[in-house]
Every structure is written in structure tokens, then in C-alpha cells.
Design a protein. Structure first.
Length: 622
């Protein structure tokens, strides 16, 4: 079963932690004999009719109700759908999250690549001006010329599509191995990476079609030139009406810049759209990185303990804490109650989750609600994680009902805390003791703080000396494993952001190179008339900066929202992040785009500086 690729312990700790948790298989008869529990079961798996792709929400709900009625007498019984289990939920998150991510970045990159191809083909067709005039004078029609030049794009598209399909398939082995290494911590037995022919054909068709039709417009425009004019040496283009607008209120350098941009509005718009696509890729990656980093760094800080110990039965909190404080290198101990609870909210189906009850006077959790209030600051209600808030559509101030041990208790939701893993309900101890006989605080979990570097030693002593221990987790080990898991997403984010950077650089390079080649003679004349290289460089830089500015104005807000949306696609009932993008990321992204401007213009400006003014003057026709 591919779900067991993910070794999630529980919905509270769904992500794989190879150093602290593993799964082993044993025959029922052997396990029952070892445990002395022959004839007993503690889990039943139900398969519902229909396909996974079908909407079976009503059927699942009815089956769930019947199961809850059937096993109503079973204490602590929990009914979970497959997606609510640790392994099933993580697999679903990866499937539903990866596809939108790939479609978004692939689509933007293809759009940018098509724009670049269009700019290059326009330059190619422009250089073939005399050949076009010759063919027109020989009686070749405009339609035939367009078809002729479409073959250039078709050759580029077919060749690039074939090469990309083969290289992409070969690259998928590296991608899948990286995925398996980070997600499962090793190889997946029996894994076969078969080529996905439908996806490859789709990509090939998009690339070939985009490249083919990218040159249609410039070919149609050039084929309209009368043969007699086309056969003459190229003369400076007559500025269009837009570029001849009077802009006397602007400095001369800005007037020149705007007129150069408006001289070829189609190319300028294409460049701005390409920069918007590149900016979206970059800033969506930054938004995803910040959200991931802030969410998990906050999660790590919120758990202020070094070890978590789970027991097989309830013990008085004073007893557990006294036993733990006797262990060498333990600096502090706090008993807690962690157990299943069903949440009832108006208009929502019953929701099974986990409740965590600790002493609110000194909780080993540093949680601050989204509303700004510290968790456990009041015993008048409970705090919930952001995932539970999203699943039940409840807000701070709402009243819900908690069911545990056959009892229902109405409580007020005091606040929502960011908690990326799990969907817990945090209950203050003094509130819980109001519901228990004799105001006792039964506990089954121990949170320990230990001397630095002594966590493993404390773990060994706990396992050996404390009775009833069923699990011990060193939080630093869990954090290391989780960080290893998150490296897959971090690496992917860097790669996708880099694609946006490369796309922007390639687009600006081709744009400025094409523009300067068209204006080579004009720039040489300006130099002969006294314009300095610095003045020309300033004009070219301003042109690029305006296109980059347009790309930023479009790409930054859209990229930010796209990054948040892509993060949302990974959400499950027990995993979700609060959107965040830091100010420094905006600065980093904008500075990176400015660096692209200077990198893109260097080759073209060098070519202008090396132009032979004498040769240009001889060749110029007036």
C-alpha cells in the first residue's frame, strides 16, 4: 500500500519521523499470543463502494453514523476516513498539492518561453526583409510567406519539444529519487518510473504550437511591405503616432526612453508580460518559502519541551512529575492529558480530534493566538489550532461542545493559535478538573525538559525506569526528521524561483539585444553627434527598468497570492499554514530583478560601443 510510504504516527504527528517511529508487520496469531489477547481486535478497516474520484461524502457520512452507533459502547472509539489518518492525509496532501504547483510553474514558464521565441522570430523575420521583398516580387503571396516563416517556429518547437520530452523524462528519475529520499527516507521497493505518455504529448503539443505561432504576427507584418521598398537597404523606421506624442513635461532622457518603448509597442508589452510571469514565479516562491519557514519555526518554538513520554494508562499528575524529577539531567517535568475528543459545532458534522490539557499556570507550550492573546491565559474556555478552525469554520468567541468518555461539555473558543501540525484542542487544567470526579487531573503524557545534549540519556532512563511507557519522543529528533522532510519543499521552492529568475534574465536579454540591433545605426549616428556612451546606457537602462516596473506591479501581488494559493493546495484537516510574506522578501525579489536588468544590458551595450562609426555612416541611406 503506497500510503505506508509515509510513516506518520498519528494525525497529531502526521509527518514521517524515521528516527523515532517505524512500522513493522506481524501475523495476527503471533501478535495475539505475545500480548495474550487472542480473539481481540482494536481496529477495523471499512471499504466503501465506489471509486476514490467519486463524490462519496454523503455515503461516507451515513456509514460513519452507523459505525458510531454500532460501537457506541466502546470507550475512546474513533472513526476516521482514510484522509484523516496520518499516512492517507499526507499522501493526499502531496498529490493534491504537487499538481497545482507543477501546472502553475510549467504554465508560466511556457508563457515566458513563447514570448521569448516570438521576440527572436520577429528579429529573424526582420533580418530577412530583403529576401521577403524578393519572394514577393516573384509572385509569392503573403499567406505563403507566413506559412514559410511559421516553419521556423515549428522547427524550433518540434526540436525543443522532442529534446525537452526526452530530457524531462530522464530528469524525472532524479526528481522522483529526491522525493523518495526526503519523504520516505530511502528507496521504495518495486518503484518503476514509467514514461507518462499523455503528459509528455501534452507538453510537446503546447511547446510546438506555441513556438509555431509565435512568429505568425511578425511574418504577416513584414510580408505587407511592398517589394520595391523591401529590396532597398533598411531605413530608420518611421515612428508611429503613439511614439510621437509630445511629452515636453518630461526630461529629455525620459522622453527618449518612452518613445523607444512605444516605437515597438507589441514587443514592449510582450516583455512586460514576460517580466510579470517571471516576477510571479519568483515572488510566489518567496511567499511559499516565508509561509513554510514562519509556520514551522513558530511550531518548533511553541513546543517548549525536550521529550514527550506517553503512557498506557492514566496516572495522577503529581506522581508522574515526582517520578520524572528524580531522573538525572531532567530539569523540569509537566504532566499532561492527551486523548481523543469529538467536537460538535453548529451546522457541522461531529469532528474527531485530539485534546491537550496542561497546567495553564506554567504550560510547556508557548502559543499566541492569531487574535494576539496568549493561549492558556484564561480558564474560561479552550484554544484551538488553525487547522481545526478551518475544518469546522469556527472563530474565537464561538461555543462548541466537546465529547469525551461519554460526556458532553459546552465550551467557549477563546482563540485560534497557529499550529501547523495537527488540529488540537488546548484545554486549561483548571477547566478540565471541573469536569472530572473529585476535581482530579488524570494524565497520560509527560513533557520533560533536559540538560543540553542529554536528551538521549534521559530517554533511555525513562524507558527503563518508568512503568507503563509506550512511547518516548525526543523533540529534537522529531525536528531533525521533519526538517529533512521539509527540505523537499524548500529545494523545490528554490528551483521554481530560480526558473523565474532565469526566465526574466533570458527575456530581458533578448529584448534589449533585439532592440539595440534594430537601432544600431541610429545609436551610432547619435554617438557621432556627440551622445556619450553613458547617456545611451542610461536610456537603455531606463527602458528595461520601466518594463521591470510594469512586471513588478503585475507580478508581485499576483505572485504573492499565487504562492499562498499553492500552499493552500497542500492543506489537509491536520496540516495547514498561516499565510506570511516578510518585508525582506519583497526587497530581495526587487533587488534580484534590478540585478537582472544590469546583467541583461551588458552584452548589447558592449556591441553598441564597439560599432564602427565610419562603416555605419557609409552604409546609412538618407
Amino acid at each position: 500500500n503506497p500510503e505506508f510510504l509515509v510513516a506518520g504516527r498519528s494525525p497529531e504527528s502526521p509527518f514521517p519521523t524515521p528516527s523515532t517511529f517505524g512500522a513493522a508487520w506481524i501475523r495476527y496469531s503471533e501478535l495475539a499470543a505475545l500480548a495474550g489477547r487472542a480473539g481481540e481486535m482494536n481496529e477495523i478497516v471499512i471499504q466503501v463502494q465506489g471509486k476514490n474520484s467519486d463524490d462519496r461524502s454523503d455515503l461516507d457520512a451515513s456509514v460513519r453514523r452507523e459505525l458510531e452507533t454500532l460501537f457506541a459502547e466502546q470507550q475512546n472509539g474513533v472513526v476516521l476516513t482514510r484522509n484523516q489518518t496520518a499516512s492517507g492525509g499526507v499522501v493526499k496532501a502531496l498529490i493534491t498539492g504537487n499538481f497545482p504547483l507543477m501546472r502553475f510553474y510549467s504554465g508560466l514558464f511556457l508563457i515566458g518561453a513563447t514570448l521569448i521565441t516570438g521576440i527572436l522570430l520577429a528579429r529573424l523575420v526582420e533580418s530577412e526583409r530583403r529576401r521577403i521583398g524578393t519572394m514577393r516580387s516573384m509572385g509569392i503571396t503573403r499567406q505563403e510567406l507566413v506559412i514559410h516563416y511559421l516553419t521556423f517556429g515549428a522547427i524550433i518547437g518540434v526540436a525543443g519539444g522532442l529534446a525537452g520530452s526526452v530530457l524531462g523524462y530522464l530528469n524525472s528519475f532524479w526528481v522522483m529519487q529526491t522525493f523518495l529520499d526526503y519523504i520516505s527516507g530511502g528507496d521504495l521497493p518495486g518503484f518503476v518510473n514509467r514514461p507518462q505518455i499523455p503528459f509528455m504529448l501534452l507538453g510537446f503539443f503546447v511547446v510546438a504550437a506555441g513556438s509555431t505561432f509565435a512568429g505568425a504576427y511578425p511574418a504577416w507584418v513584414q510580408s505587407a511591405t511592398p517589394p520595391g521598398i523591401a529590396l532597398r537597404p533598411a531605413a530608420p523606421k518611421t515612428p508611429n503616432a503613439i511614439s510621437r506624442m509630445k511629452l515636453n513635461f518630461l526630461p529629455l532622457v525620459l522622453r527618449q526612453t518612452l518613445r523607444n518603448l512605444l516605437r515597438t509597442p507589441g514587443r514592449s508589452i510582450s516583455a512586460a508580460l514576460g517580466m510579470a510571469a517571471g516576477s510571479m514565479m519568483m515572488f510566489s516562491a518567496l511567499a511559499m518559502w516565508d509561509t513554510l519557514d514562519k509556520g514551522f519555526s513558530g511550531y518548533y518554538r511553541s513546543n517548549e519541551f525536550d521529550l514527550r513520554v506517553d503512557f498506557d494508562s492514566f496516572v495522577a499528575d503529581e506522581t508522574l512529575e515526582a517520578q520524572a524529577n528524580q531522573i538525572e539531567h531532567v530539569t523540569a517535568a509537566q504532566a499532561a492529558l492527551v486523548g481523543p475528543v469529538t467536537v460538535f459545532s453548529q451546522g457541522q458534522d461531529p469532528y474527531d480530534t485530539v485534546a491537550v490539557a496542561v497546567d495553564e499556570k506554567n504550560p510547556f507550550f508557548e502559543l499566541k493566538s492569531i487574535e494576539g492573546q496568549a493561549a492558556f491565559s484564561s480558564a474560561d474556555g479552550v484554544w484551538i489550532g488553525n487547522n481545526l478552525q478551518r475544518a469546522l469554520e469556527i472563530e474565537a468567541g464561538d461555543t462548541v461542545s466537546l465529547r469525551a468518555f461519554g460526556q458532553d461539555r459546552p465550551v467557549k473558543v477563546m482563540g485560534v493559535v497557529p499550529y501547523v501540525l495537527g488540529n488540537p484542542v488546548f484545554i486549561p487544567r483548571s477547566l478540565l478538573t471541573q469536569w472530572t470526579p473529585g476535581n482530579t487531573f488524570p494524565t497520560n503524557t509527560l513533557l520533560l525538559r533536559a540538560d543540553e545534549g542529554q536528551q538521549a540519556a534521559v530517554r533511555d532512563v525513562v524507558v527503563k525506569n518508568l512503568p507503563g511507557v509506550i512511547a518516548v519522543e525526543v523533540f529534537s529528533d522529531f525536528q531533525t526528521d521533519l526538517d529533512h522532510y521539509l527540505e523537499y519543499f524548500r529545494v523545490g521552492t528554490i528551483i521554481f524561483g530560480s526558473f523565474g529568475y532565469v526566465l526574466s534574465l533570458a527575456l530581458l536579454y533578448n529584448t534589449v539585444n533585439t532592440s539595440l540591433r534594430e537601432r544600431r545605426d541610429e545609436l551610432a549616428v547619435l554617438r557621432a553627434l556627440g551622445s556619450t556612451q553613458r547617456e545611451i546606457a542610461v536610456t537603455v537602462t531606463l527602458e528595461l527598468l520601466i518594463m521591470v516596473l510594469l512586471g513588478i506591479l503585475i507580478g508581485v501581488p499576483l505572485g504573492r497570492e499565487a504562492g499562498f494559493y499553492l500552499n493552500h493546495s497542500y492543506r489537509t484537516e491536520f496540516f495547514g499554514q498561516v499565510d506570511a510574506m516578510l518585508f525582506r522578501s519583497y526587497i530581495l525579489g526587487i533587488v534580484s530583478l534590478l540585478v537582472i536588468v544590469f546583467l541583461a544590458e551588458i552584452p548589447g551595450l558592449r556591441a553598441v560601443q564597439k560599432a564602427d562609426l565610419g562603416q555605419v555612416s557609409k552604409a546609412q541611406s538618407f
